[in-house]
Structures are given as structure tokens and as C-alpha cells.
Ligand binder design. Sequence first.
Ligand code: ARG
Length: 592
Amino acid sequence: MDMKTKIAELTSETMKKLWPEAAGLPEAEELRGLLAVPPDPAMGDYAFPCFRLAKALRMGPPKIAEALCAGWDREETASVQAVNGYMNFFLNRENFTAEIMTDLAEKGEYYAASDMGKGKTVCLDYSSINIAKRFHIGHLSTTVLGNSLKRIYDFLGYKTVGINHLGDWGTQFGKMICAYKHWGDKAKVEAGGVDEMTRLYVRFGVEAKDHPELEDEGRAWFKKIEDGDPEALEIFTWFKDVTLKDAMRVYDILDVHFDSYAGESFYNDKMQPVIDLLREKNLLTQSEGAWVVDLTEDKMPPCLILKKDGATLYATRDLAAAKYRQDTYHFDKCLYVVAYQQDLHFRQVFRVLEKMGYDWAKDCVHVAFGMVSLGGEALSTRDGVIVYLDDLLNQAIAKAAGIIDEKSPGLENKEEIARQIGVGAVVYTTLSANRIKDIDYPCDKSEYTDEDGTPRIRYSIDWEKALNFDGETGPYVQYTHARCCSVLRKAADWDLPAPDWSALTDDEAQTLLRLISRFPDVVKEAADKYEPSMITRAVTDIAQAFNKYYYEHRILDGEPAQAAARVALTRAAAQQIKAGLRLIGIEAPERM
Ligand code: ARG
């Protein structure tokens, strides 16, 4: 049992002993939620605010705190102190250490895992890239956040379904096919991938200015895709494959996976029942020729369902997608990891689902995140304020390889470790602050001349900062893990006796153990708030606490039973850092 639960149970027992007749006292489980961790360790390891009992006991909080402390007889677990209406607990170091170390030895990397999600399903819609567009830094947050949330929910025992809701629908694909038919070249598209498709699309825009009839042609091609014309579908499917092949390279580097790639076009034949139901429920009204769901009552603009020409919209597809996901996966929760800019869209969609009578609409959550900018400038593909993800990752990996060559030239498996460190730097930067905060990637700018001879500025990430082994970075945490592993390798050949836990009662070991003991709660809270940055914080704190310990104590020296305890602590730190990094999508190399 973890210490917090134990304190809660013992406090609950004490309360019942003191006031057997009182009604409305919190039970142990509720009490556990009320226990706070004082910001100043001098105030104890946990604090129970007695205000919560004032009404039930008709007593002032300071009196309650004093009575509770006087009635407390579990000194072997913690000593207590009443301060300003708080009951403060000071864990008995030896007892706490023995309990947590036993627990850690048993559970290892799964210490913070849980089966609370057993039998429940969470759908996660993330990354959701657009076809024929190059995967850029603007899609990094959704990809990395979604991937982390999926891992967190898996760790808590949920069944998860990762969905890449591809942006593979829209009139632009008609124009692209039209451009391809006029000026395209199969080999060029195969070789140039998404870049070549973009060039074709841009050319379409330029040519259509002088030849407006091209617009009709583009529309006709789009209609052909919609009607399932074999040639149109073949080209379109091919465009999709080429885009996905490019994206797959990025997903492979990041170790990000999906269970489904059902994108917007997947719902072509699944919208009619939704539209029929909207009609049946009298939810559709006509507005300037289009069909909408009026949301005036909810103080929102109407949700567009069908255009004047009968075409469906982004929202129509999302309504069908939500219903399909519920019918197929029976989700308990469906998360949409999408930029804050789409806030209104999701509020509208969720409200319409509710109006349709789906009570599971309340289980749909928009997990929004902030804007991304580069060196203070807003992203703009047109103005070249953009960093492509494959470039970004390849650069990070190359820089990491450079650092390895310098610091540990003899390292085996260098390429793979460079990948892990490079990815670690990028992912950590993305998940280090609250998701709703805007992220500005530190940026280097360099001038260059493009193929047409135009001078341009190239944006790239400032790797000095992101790859620093000493600052709060991914590589720093990874390095700490590798340091633990190096200690463990040295100890591996020793025949150590049973550990003497009293060797771990010093301040540094206790700080580290307290951080570790709170880690399971952090994981649950991160899931609750859809906030992987809480895990980034916790894992960084654990790494810092271990390093402090490492500098102050000689782990392998002295009395063997005491060394055994310090080695066990090192192992526990390594395991929890590794588990935490895994949850945010970062690997933990054993040597670097
Ligand atoms: N493809 C969209 C974009 O890049 C995101 C889609 C999010 N998911 C959804 N079900 N609408 O903006």
C-alpha cells in the first residue's frame, strides 16, 4: 500500500476513534484526496486541512487538528504536528523507506502503473495530418501529445485506439488531379513526394488566373472522386499513399503508431444516416440555402451541415466519425488532440451530438493546445516561416551524433542512440510546458538562395538549448538514466547482502524517495487533466534528485548491506525515469 493511502486510513481510524458518533466525516478514500503535499518540507510530508471537518464536528479547525494529533498513536508510521488548523505528518523515515523499497523492488518499471482503466476504452484522435501537405512543426504538438496520452492510458490499464483522422477530403484534391493531368509527371511525384504535389497545386492557382475554365475542370475532377470514378480514385489514392509514405518516415523516427487511419473520406457513405436523423429530430434549418443546426440558444454560430450544392462539411464528417467510433469501439472517452483554434468547431460538434440525443456526447473532449511559433514568428508556409518535421528530426539526430562523437567516441550502436537523444530533445521541448501554453521553438535563421535565385531565410531550431545535457532537457534526463545504469553495471558482478534500509534515511535519499512515491498519483493526474507535461516535470524532478544524491553519496563504497540499499535506490530511480520517459514518448538508452 502506498504511504498516502496508509496515512489516510490511519487518520480515518483516528477520527472514528475520537468521534464515533459524528456523521459526515470523510472516509479514507476521500480523505486521501484531501491530503496535500506542503510546499515547504519543514511542514511535513503530508498535511491534512481540518477545515473540511469543521461543519461535521462543530469545532474550529485548530481545535480539530490538536485533537487529532493528540489522538494519533501511529508514531511508527509518522509523527504529527498541529499547525494552524492543519494536521502535518512527518513520515518515519526508516519505516517509509522499507515499505516503498519493497514495493519498488516488486513492481519495478510498473510501480506507477494501474488497472483502473480495465474494461474501459479511450479513443484518441491525434496527428491527423492533411494529404498532399508536408508534415511540419505545426503538427508536432498533436502528434507528440496524442502519442503520450495513448501511452499514459495504456499504462493505466485502458484499451486505447489511436486514430489518424486524415484530412483527405476537399475540392483542392480535384484541382491537384487536374494540375497533374495537365503538367504532372508520375516519376516526379514519386521522387518529389508531397513537395511535387504542392508545386502542382501552386501552378494550378497561377494558371487558373489566366484560364478560369480550369476551376470548372478542377471541380469536375473532385466530383469524379466523389462519384467513385476509377481514374480519379486511382490518382487520389496514389497521392494519399505518397503522403503517408513521407509521414511514415517521421512516425517511425518518433516511434508513434496508430490503430486506424480512417480519415475524412472514410465517412463519405456514413453521413446520410446522420443527416437523416438531424432532419427527423427537426434540428436542420435552412440558412441562405445551406442546411445548418441552429445553436443560438448555446450562444454559438450555427453548425454547417450541408452547403447550398448539397456538399458536406468538416463538421458533418466529424459527426459521422464520432458516431462511428462510438458504434465501433464503444468508447468511454473520445479525445480530440487538436489545436486551440478549432475550439468552436468542437464545441459545436459536441453540442449537436447532444441535441441528437447521444448521451455519450459528454465523453467527447477537445484536448486543445497552444500556438506554435519559430523564434517569435507565427508559422507561415507561404512566407517560409516553417520547419519541416523530417528536417527537424534529422538535424536533431545529426547534432546528437556529433555530441556522442565528442563525448563518448567508443559508444556502440551510435546511430540508434543518436536517434533516441535527438528525438528526446524534440519531444521534451514540446511536452515541457502546459499544453495550452504557446510554444516558441528557439530558432536559428540562415540566408540561402532558392532554385529560382530568390534570396530566402531558412529557419531551424537552436540545438544549443534543446540538446543541452545539463539544463532541463530530454537529453539531461536520459543522461541521468544512463548514469544510473552505469552504476548498476558496476554493481552487477558483486555479491551484495540483503539491503540495510537505514542507509537511506539521509535528506537526499528521502527527497528522491518522496518524489518517486508520488509518481503514481502524477500519472493518474496527467491522465485526468490530459497533461503529459506533468510527467515531464516529475521525471525531471526525479532525475535532479538522483543527481543530487549521486554527488553527495558514494553509492558503491562502505558497508556491503548499506551499499546494497544505495544500489537498490539507484535501480528504483532508473526504473521510474525509464517508465516516465516512455510515457512521454522518449526512450532511455543505457549508455550515452
Ligand atoms: N486535419 C485537421 C487539421 O490539420 C485536424 C483534424 C482533427 N480531427 C478531427 N476529428 N477533426 O487541422
